[in-house]
Design a binder for this molecule. Sequence first.
Ligand code: BTN
Length: 264
Amino acid sequence: MDRASDLAAALVARGGPRLPVVEWPVSIDSTSNRLKSLARGGAAEWTVVLADVQTGGRGREGRTWVSPPGGLYLSVLLRPRFEKVALLPLAAGVAVAEAAGELGVRTELKWPNDVLASGRKLAGILSEAASGAAGVDWVALGIGVNVSQDAASLPPEMRADVTSLVAEGAQEPSVGAVAVAVLARLAVGYDALRSGTGTVLSAWRSHAAAWWGSLVDVRAGETALRGRLLEVDGEGALVLELEGGERRRLLSGEVRRVRRAAGT
Ligand code: BTN
């Protein structure tokens, strides 16, 4: 068997879903680009694309996702038939946090789905979707996990902000094993979303960085806001209290905690 078939078999062995297609080339521009083209061609849900290296890895908000060897670069296709699709990226964050936990690595989730360890970025999730007349047609979840990258393979300006499973003490995890753990956990969250949002939301909240009540800056496209972080509501939106008391719900954006100098 090749490594793609091994991965599919290991996932079934742990009670996970059967993957109709697994592509795992050594190098690709972006696993999400490839998955989206498969989705447009009618691929079935749980089609998975991985790669050892991405030459054009994409992050949220138009950023680049630097993708040297030693990382997990995985995209998975879902075709949800339920309404609360906005919670899927949160379910993916929970899946990565739980998979890291299996390896003894403690993580925190930063809304919407950054996975942090020791305050540094361990993993990120890019959720892209297409809709038709009947609602959401497909969702491509792109998951990047820093498994064992050598810090020297990252640009110097990134090194202080990034960590990996190995740097956090995981014992020689293989990329394939991490992929299986993430997909198995994601399947549990996906099933739970069919019957309601409570399970995924409470799992997300239990892993969330305890920033509630803190002053944060949020950038969402061209919009920049500052306010107190109140909650993540039942639809997965971030609720901020702006200076002046107005409440604002945000469906996407980048959150940074405001650290004020002592005495200000
Ligand atoms: C983020 O900005 O935090 C999201 C990063 C998502 C990166 C993953 S790696 C696999 C998939 N392919 C991509 O090009 N991006 C996602």
